[in-house]
Design a protein around this ligand. Structure first.
Ligand code: ARG
Length: 565
């Protein structure tokens, strides 16, 4: 039930003003002591030409209170309303129980496609801690949109084009070893790459060699393509292991090279619309009017750029998927690139330019940089996840020696802790990753929320009767701790919608954290299983609903919720 709306209807009846006008005026006081809802009458003073206090008194006299309101209090020009706790708690719990895992979702996006470009790794480059945000934010958005009825399309826009691949092949031909690369894939490729750059400083001929190999890739030379595709395969094999750990899949791996034969029509359209200009040795779209540097489309030798490929990709996605929105989950370092890209589409006269959105985020760095030793100075994401799982396993062995399948749980909790932490603050903030903080079972962390979920599951297991079928005595929940829990359950669907509107998964992270805290306060103050069956049944229903919503919320940020830990 939408309580605010119902209340607006009641006030509307008494004030003789349409409910649609009243609804936006109803406030939720920051201090719950003041009431759960408040209606400020001074806003009506001008319309009704009466003093606000008089209006409040008039409305108060005629008002028929809905069943879920237990009391009201006039304070100055405000009428404050108090929810009937017991009524409200019962209503919310029965609703959550009935909807189960669907609670919080909706069909609002039905029939709409949302393309989400995320993770988008670069071939032969390490998958390092800097890729964590795009990967987990994008994955979470995928889940959130899906939960609201949209059809998300997850796109891994591979960085698989550019002159660096010519240099890499050249390096491989000179110094490479097939077995070594097969075995150590990305780090072996990285070694070759680094060596190439070092030697190229001394020997200019190497650059020429690199260019020649890239030309071969462009011309479709069989050997060049074979090596290049092999590098690509090995890279994808390595990153897939990480995606598996995170439970992530993609609908498309169409990356930069996919657009090789799809740029010409876009370039033709730019020419035809007189947007392309030759300037400083390149074909560009001028954007001075918008305070942006020119967007370079073609170099003088006809070579295309990152932006050219992204332009072709935007058109391809629009034509292929007919998207309602196309999101780019990419670090804020690329702000300028996306501003230019979107502007160019707009200047081409396509109204859907407004549906392209850069979902930017800040940097991730590692506290102390302790993981940087093994392979030079990059921090591999795989190492971070492995270490998190390893540390979690130690904690589990110490705290729950009797737990079955410790390894599986350690994986869910360890990986979950890293993901949860990454989605704990607004996207745009830079974050410093710290294992101690991430794995803390008492702080506002993934393990803490997962632990609360497992605690609820354990309570439900311990009940020796079918509490779902039992009569429930909701008076047992008539206390401020249960009320706080019910309010957070009730607000969950709204949070999911807001997280979607703003593309901010952290709002869900925060919500489940608050819910876990409220549940633990309740657990601390009230005994759950007692001799009173009907009271126990009501309290177990509360635990059941909390368990459901935590599980759903964690699922939406891509974190698992084990029943035991
Ligand atoms: N591969 C790029 C990078 O690592 C990110 C690509 C993002 N997506 C895009 N359509 N430009 O910086």
């Amino acid at each position: 039930m939408d309580y605010r709306e119902e209340l607006a209807r009641a006030v509307a009846g008494a004030a003789n003003i349409p409910a649609e006008d009243i609804l936006p005026m109803i406030e939720v006081p920051a201090d719950t002591e003041m009431g759960d809802y408040a209606f400020p009458c001074f806003r009506l003073a001008r319309v009704l030409k009466k003093a606000p206090a008089t209006i409040a008194a008039d409305i108060d006299k005629k008002l028929k209170l809905p069943a879920f309101i237990s009391g009201k209090k006039i304070v100055g020009a405000y009428i404050n309303f108090f929810l009937d706790q017991q009524y409200y708690i019962r209503d919310v719990l029965l609703d959550v129980k009935q909807q189960g895992g669907a609670f919080g979702g909706s069909g609002i996006g039905a029939g709409r496609v949302v393309c989400i470009d995320y993770s988008s790794v670069n071939i032969a480059k390490p998958f390092h801690i800097g890729h964590l945000s795009t990967t987990v934010i994008g994955h979470s958005l995928y889940k959130i949109y899906q939960f609201l009825g949209y059809k998300p399309i997850g796109i891994n826009h591979l960085g698989d084009w550019g002159t660096q691949f010519g240099r890499l092949i050249a390096a491989y031909k000179m110094w490479g070893n097939k077995e070594d690369i097969e075995k150590n894939s990305i780090s072996a490729m990285l070694e070759l790459y680094v060596r190439f750059h070092e030697e190229a400083e001394k020997d200019k001929y190497l650059d020429e060699l690199g260019r020649a190999w890239f030309k071969k890739i462009e011309d479709g030379d069989a050997e060049a393509l074979e090596i290049f595709n092999w590098f690509k395969q090995l890279t994808l094999r390595e990153v897939s292991a990480i995606y598996d750990m995170l439970g992530i899949t993609f609908d498309s791996y169409d990356g930069e090279s996919f657009y090789n034969d799809k740029m010409q029509p876009v370039i033709d359209e730019l020419k035809q619309k007189n947007l392309l200009e030759f300037s400083d040795g390149a074909y560009v779209v001028r954007l001075d009017e918008y305070d942006l540097p020119p967007c370079i489309i073609l170099k003088s030798d006809g070579a295309t750029l990152y932006a050219t490929r992204d332009l072709a990709a935007a058109f391809y996605r629009k034509n292929t998927y007919g998207f309602h929105k196309c999101l780019y989950v990419v670090a804020y370092q690329q702000n300028l690139h996306f501003k230019q890209l979107f502007k160019v589409v707009e200047l081409m006269g396509h109204e859907w330019a407004k549906d392209l959105e850069h979902v930017a985020f800040g940097m991730v760095s590692l506290e102390g940089g302790t993981l940087s030793t093994r392979k030079g100075n990059v921090v591999f994401l795989q190492d971070v996840l492995d270490k998190a799982v390893e540390k979690t396993l130690l904690i589990i062995k110490e705290k729950s020696p009797g737990l079955e399948n410790k390894e599986d749980v350690a994986k869910t909790v360890g990986v979950g802790a890293v993901v949860f932490d990454t989605l704990s603050s607004a996207r745009i903030k830079d974050i410093t990753f710290s294992f101690d903080r991430v794995l803390n079972f008492d702080g506002e962390t993934g393990p803490y929320v997962q632990y609360t979920h497992a605690r609820c599951a354990s309570l439900l297991r311990r009940a020796d009767f079918d509490y779902t079928a039992e009569q429930k005595d909701f008076a047992a929940l008539d206390n401020k701790e249960a009320f706080a829990v019910a309010k957070l359950l009730y607000a969950f669907p709204d949070t999911v919608q807001k997280a979607c509107d703003r593309n901010e998964p952290y709002m869900i992270t925060k919500h489940v954290t608050e819910l876990a805290k409220a549940m633990n306060r309740f657990y601390y103050e009230h005994r759950i299983i007692s001799d009173d069956r009907q009271a126990t049944a009501a309290r177990l229903l509360l635990a059941d609903c909390v368990k459901t919503v935590i599980k759903t919320g964690l699922g939406l940020i891509g974190v698992g919720a084990p029943d035991r830990m």
